[in-house]
Design a protein around this ligand. Structure first.
Ligand SMILES: *Cc1c(COP(=O)(O)O)cnc(C)c1O
Length: 424
């Protein structure tokens, strides 16, 4: 479900033609839809209305402040995985009391920063992290609300590189050690074990492994409560998949919410969710312009002004993005088979191989669909290419929420070593 459609032959985001944005802002450029972000957030919020819940938007999926602020306005909290993301979430107006901090490698400075801010919850993933947090919190005279991320040993399916809940993955504490962890936490100063946390992977299109993991979490919560721990929160992570192809038919946010309601039935507990992709994925597209079409050795290459540095998912995980021309093609135009590539000097800088597309020519514009999550956030300045601009649409208006840096800004943080610049 999203708000990108052809109208009068032009691809629109809500009521704004995308070619208007491309003309004014240039390409490559990400465009997000407020209506789509809102709709996805509300599917979850409505499902849990009346119970204690926190939807902590996973900032790492799409961390732009304009997007985070849009979600904050709907009541979202944030799930952050670094000091930088914590800073961004606070800067976007998300209150610390609605922020949870995940990740396996939190540094001392990051833990201090989060304790100072007074965040809602630390999702702790190891014994040394628990000990470090305990010491820092005690030194600061604070108590950290903690959930332990348990590894439920469930294979979530999906791409091997984004599955996190198996025994071989670096994430979480071992299932059979959970009891010992909570015992240990009770004895440590500065730590208040309030919750159980799980996150088994990303782009999970069949929710049945999630159900198995969540049922295990509920069992653990009951067991810990029976042992006298005041477990008041259950954090079920993110990970729901989205359709990337028209033929994809993943379980829906509504089914996911219903499944969670069933699993937590009869358990009085605050529910925390950390959705990223399901909120932002189909709420964003990336616009690009065709620079050249070249024919060689029986292949046709469509060479764009955007590359793997702008949208890395195809190079990183072989990801598929639908690619639509901004000017709608006649339905009777024969399709051509082309490779769609970027300008970066890497063979993996290829968005699509042997893709059937309407004929494309120089200066035509296209949109990569479903690029809202793990798109702009993964971009780099490789080849000294300026990071793509980001735009958000709301009805018939739009605004630039990240402008493209200038070349001066690209070099601004660099300098020659002093021995090359010192005067005689
Ligand atoms: C990445 C991540 C999420 C968000 O995952 P999505 O697949 O984008 O929903 C949530 N929680 C944790 C701990 C994560 O690492």
């Amino acid at each position: 479900m999203h708000h990108f459609h052809y109208r009068d032959g032009r691809l629109h985001c809500e009521d704004v033609p995308l070619d208007t944005i491309a003309d004014q802002v240039g390409t490559p450029c990400y465009v997000y839809s407020t209506a789509t972000l809102t709709r996805h957030y509300n599917v979850l919020a409505d499902a849990f209305d009346g119970s204690k819940y926190l939807i902590a938007y996973s900032v790492k999926a799409c961390g732009n402040i304009g997007v985070a602020k849009t979600l904050a306005g709907l009541g979202a909290g944030a799930d952050v995985v670094s000091g930088g993301e914590l800073y961004k979430a606070l800067h976007a107006g998300i209150p610390a009391s609605r922020i949870v901090f995940s990740g396996v490698g939190k540094t001392r400075d990051e833990l201090k920063m989060a304790l100072d801010a007074g965040i809602h919850q630390f999702n702790v993933e190891s014994l040394p992290e628990m000990e470090r947090l305990s010491q820092i919190a005690a030194d600061m005279g604070k108590v950290a609300p903690v959930a332990f991320r348990v590894n439920p040993h469930v294979d979530a399916g999906g791409h091997a590189n984004i599955s996190t809940g198996g025994a071989e993955h670096k994430f979480g504490i071992a299932w059979h050690e959970a009891g010992t962890f909570y015992q240990r936490a009770r004895d440590l100063p500065g730590i208040d074990p309030v919750g159980v946390d799980v996150h088994i992977g990303s782009q999970i299109t069949d929710i049945s492994p999630m159900r198995i993991a969540f049922e295990k979490v509920v069992t653990l919560v009951k067991q810990l409560r029976a042992e006298g721990f005041a477990i008041s929160r259950m954090d079920l992570g993110g990970g729901l998949g989205i359709p990337y192809k028209p033929t994809d038919n993943p379980d829906t946010p509504a089914q996911y919410a219903q499944m969670i309601r069933e699993v937590k039935q009869g358990v009085d507990i605050e529910l925390i969710l950390e959705p990223g992709r399901m909120i932002a994925g189909n709420a964003g597209v990336m616009l690009a312009t065709v620079e050249y079409v070249k024919h060689r050795d029986g292949r046709s290459f469509v060479i764009l002004d955007s590359g793997m540095n702008d949208l890395m998912r195809p190079a990183l995980y072989d990801a598929h993005h639908e690619i639509l021309p901004l000017a709608e093609a006649d339905s009777d135009t024969p399709l051509e088979t082309v490779d769609i590539v970027g300008p970066v000097c890497e063979s993996t800088d290829r968005f699509a191989k042997a893709r059937s597309m309407p004929p494309l020519k120089q200066d035509d514009r296209i949109a990569f669909m479903s690029a809202g999550a793990y798109g702009a956030v993964l971009s780099s300045q490789y080849n000294a290419r300026p990071i793509a601009a980001e735009v958000i649409v709301n009805g018939d208006v739009f605004d630039v929420i990240r402008r493209r840096p200038t070349y001066e800004e690209i070099v601004a943080l660099e300098s020659a070593p002093h021995w090359l610049t010192q005067q005689e």
